[in-house]
Each structure stands twice: as structure tokens, then as C-alpha cells.
Design a protein. Structure first.
Lengths: 115, 112
């Protein structure tokens, strides 16, 4: 049981390049999330998916797109990377099985640098 | 607007000393509150959570937190800190059904 996995772990992009961050969970969770973490700002929600087939904007969605490919996978795409998108990106999931589970489970993160 | 505030950016304690990390929330109804820990280069790990009932909740690694509605606080405590507790700690609250609000974090340094 791997929990939440993210690829890649590290990435360096040039301004204007595109890339997709991958996230998968094997806990049969319904909800999945993408956050970015910047020094002194905590975690800020980019997008979330309450269930397979749905996605919604979070606090900082500009410059990003997401795809909930299936129940397991939730990807984050940067179409034209900017230096302001240099950050650590975390994927998280949350289940709603049986008793209402409220806590999130986090992946190890992707450290992205845009030059 | 709902918010979660961690007033202390950095805290330094000596190994074996007690610890209290502060978290204040601003919510209309009974909040669902969490404490997470993040070791360097790692993801976040849940320490404990509060939904309702007993206001003193126990978590992993010897941590506990007390929900105080009158003070809008959910402070994290540990009676005796170990060097391995050095990490960043985040308080978070559930906003609505799906969204979470995170505090800006408190970085804990432990002196030998």
C-alpha cells in the first residue's frame, strides 16, 4: 500500500515550457487535491476534485489545469511555466468511506524550479 | 472569512522541555481541526484531529491538543520534546465539505 505517490520528485523548467505533475493514490479515496507550498505561506489549494469526474478551483488556480483521469489519478499541468510557479507541489487525497473521514493524506511532494 | 492563524513562525526549545504550539481559528460553526507535521523534504503527516466531543485529543508521537471554543484556539502540546520532533508544524481546518485552510506553519528547533 503506497498511499499517495507523486512524480517527478524534482523538476527544472525554463520559462514558457510545459509539464504535467502526476499523482496517484491506492486508498480508494474519493477526493484529491493539489497544493503549492511556499516559504512563510503554508499550503495553498490550487485545485481539487471532490470525486471522479469533477474538478474545482482552489485559492490559486491561475496558470494551472488539472485532470481527474480516474479515481486513482489526478494530474496537474503547467501550460506555460513562469518563475512565480517555482514551488513545492503536494498532492493529497481524502476518503469518504464508511465513517466520514476528514483527514488528508499527502504525497512526498514535487520540487519545481522555473528559470 | 474562515481562517487559521499560527502566530509563531519559529519556536526553539531544549530537548526534554515541554512544548506548546499555538493555533487560532476563525469559524462560524464547530470547526474540524487538524495538526500536521512536516519533516524536511517530506510530505505532511497527520498528528491528530478534532471533530467533536472530548476537547482534549491525543495524537501520535506523544502529542495532544486542546480545543478551546472560548479562546478560538487549538494548541498543540507535548510534555517532553525529543530531538526528532524538530520539524515544521501546520494547523489546518476544514472549510465547508472539501476545502482545507492551512496556517502558515511553525518551525520547531530542538536544542540538545
Amino acid at each position: 500500500n503506497a498511499g499517495v505517490t507523486q512524480t517527478p520528485k524534482f523538476q527544472v523548467l525554463k520559462t514558457g515550457q510545459s509539464m504535467t505533475l502526476q499523482c496517484a493514490q491506492d486508498m480508494n479515496h474519493n477526493s484529491m487535491y493539489w497544493y503549492r507550498q511556499d516559504p512563510g505561506m503554508g499550503l495553498r489549494l490550487i485545485y481539487y476534485s471532490a470525486s471522479e469526474g469533477t474538478t474545482d478551483k482552489g485559492e490559486v488556480p491561475n496558470g494551472y489545469n488539472v485532470s481527474r483521469l480516474n479515481k486513482r489519478e489526478f494530474s496537474l499541468r503547467l501550460e506555460s511555466a513562469a518563475p512565480s510557479q517555482t514551488s513545492v507541489y503536494f498532492c493529497a487525497s481524502r476518503g469518504l468511506e464508511g465513517g466520514f473521514q476528514h483527514e488528508q493524506y499527502f504525497g512526498p511532494g514535487t520540487r519545481l524550479t522555473v528559470t | 472569512a474562515q481562517s487559521v492563524t499560527q502566530p509563531d513562525i519559529h519556536i526553539t526549545v531544549s530537548e526534554g522541555a515541554s512544548l506548546e504550539l499555538r493555533c487560532n481559528y476563525s469559524y462560524g460553526a464547530t470547526p474540524y481541526l487538524f495538526w500536521y507535521v512536516q519533516s524536511p523534504g517530506q510530505g505532511l503527516q497527520l498528528l491528530l484531529k478534532y471533530f467533536s466531543g472530548d476537547t482534549l485529543v491525543q495524537g501520535i508521537k506523544g502529542f495532544e491538543a486542546e480545543f478551546k471554543r472560548s479562546q478560538s484556539s487549538f494548541n498543540l502540546r507535548k510534555p517532553s520534546v525529543h530531538w526528532s520532533d524538530a520539524a515544521e508544524y501546520f494547523c489546518a481546518g476544514l472549510s465547508g465539505t472539501y476545502k482545507y485552510i492551512f496556517g502558515t506553519g511553525t518551525r520547531l528547533k530542538v536544542l540538545a
